[in-house]
Design a protein around this ligand. Structure first.
Ligand code: SF4
Length: 380
């Protein structure tokens, strides 16, 4: 299906461009010691081969910065530097990278007497002079203390938003528009809310989506997937990273997981209830996993698509889920929901359960209910 996208501006990062309807870019970050040049180049090349559009490398010392110059020489990948607390390293590394990421909450650690505006002005100038994009990377674990103290401790999202919006306004006032923003948290629900609220106010700014400390696969992928499904289906997000806790040799799995999630969202294979905002038939079916209770689920999902094609012009959502773990909860918001057990398929209309039916009896029963739903909607 054609996913709607927010009207973000284009931001060029080396050979890749995010925003303005460009394909959603998939990123990763090295986990090696930056000064271990062989290991870092090895990991960058592995990520690049796996299809990474941009690869981020952390730099926190002049030795790291010197290593990055050599790393640049050895790879063609688009590189982003993650400036940690020492923002002044930007001028040393900018000639070797395509994007500079800074964290507004980290600008307080060095040169405390200097206003943050002066530091951002410096970063924007360095980026512009070196043909670099920027990312304003707001993170739940290191929010600008001045923003934090204005709000109740229970509200962690508003200070992050205020910080992000403030930096966008300031960069705009400098005439620097080649930037994107990220609002990362370890809680997928906060990632969803934060990015939604950000995009409502600034639909023009490209967003980099990610769930921090997502953990090991498969749980880390599932957490991330839920946040991405809800955001990308609403047109939010121009680049993504799936952060996984995996050994260095398995880092390319972040790229594979990211691409798979994007493909699945575009095909309606989603784990959570997703409203794509369509005025036509919306069939979502989970991507399936080891919990699938009967292999017949895959075939059933296909049969549901075929059987319901006559209703393609009606705004009806049908959710088809592979197991009893997620199925009951994730079908609640659909007009009609099915989830599979070992021998029966459960059917629901909205939150009301209609019963469990053998695999060979479910399609005619679903059609009956679909006709009723269409008639009720048409009568409104
Ligand atoms: S609904 Fe069940 S089978 Fe489908 S992806 Fe989710 S957990 Fe796996």
């Amino acid at each position: 299906m054609e996913l709607r996208r927010n009207p973000t501006r284009a931001v060029k990062i080396g050979t890749s461009t995010i925003g303005a309807g460009h394909p959603i870019a998939v990123q990763s970050m090295t986990a090696t010691h930056t000064q271990d040049i062989d290991a870092t180049v090895g990991q960058i090349e592995a990520l690049y081969k796996a299809g990474a559009d941009v690869i981020r490398v952390a730099v926190d010392s002049t030795k790291d910065a010197a290593a990055l110059a050599e790393i640049r020489r050895q790879t063609k990948a688009n590189l982003a530097v993650d400036l940690q607390e020492n923002y002044r390293l930007a001028e040393v590394v900018a000639p070797f990278v395509d994007k500079i990421r800074y964290n507004p909450g980290h600008l307080y650690h060095h040169e405390r007497e200097k206003p943050w505006q002066e530091k951002v002005q410096y970063l924007a100038r360095i980026a512009a002079d070196n043909d670099c994009a920027m990312r304003v990377g707001v993170n739940c674990g290191s929010v600008d203390p001045a923003k934090k103290e204005k709000y109740d401790a229970a509200d962690s999202i508003t200070p992050m938003l205020e910080s992000a919006w403030e930096h966008c306004d300031f960069l705009d006032s400098l005439g620097f528009s080649r930037y994107c923003v990220s609002m990362k948290d370890s809680d997928p629900q906060k990632v969803i809310e934060g990015n939604r609220r950000f995009a409502e106010k600034r639909p023009d700014v490209p967003l980099h989506l990610g769930v921090t400390e997502a953990g090991m696969p498969p749980d880390g992928i599932i957490k991330t997937r839920i946040a991405f499904e809800q955001l990308i289906s609403q047109g939010i997000g121009d680049t993504i990273r799936v952060s996984l806790t995996v050994p260095n040799s398995r880092k390319p799995e972040e790229i594979e997981a990211g691409r798979k999630i994007l493909e699945d969202i575009a095909a309606g294979r989603v784990r959570s209830f997703v409203d794509y905002g369509l005025q036509t038939l919306n069939i979502i079916s989970c991507p399936s996993c080891s919990r699938v209770e009967n292999e017949a689920f895959i075939e059933l999902a296909q049969q549901v698509k075929e059987m319901t094609s006559y209703a393609k012009d009606h705004a009806v959502t049908i959710a088809v889920m592979g197991c009893r773990v997620n199925g009951p909860g994730e079908t609640d918001d659909a007009d009609l929901g099915l989830w599979c057990g070992p021998n029966f398929v459960n059917l629901k209309k909205g939150p009301a359960e209609l019963g469990a039916f053998p695999y060979d009896a479910i399609l005619p029963r679903l059609k009956e209910e679909l006709d009723i739903v269409i008639a009720a909607k048409s009568a409104r």
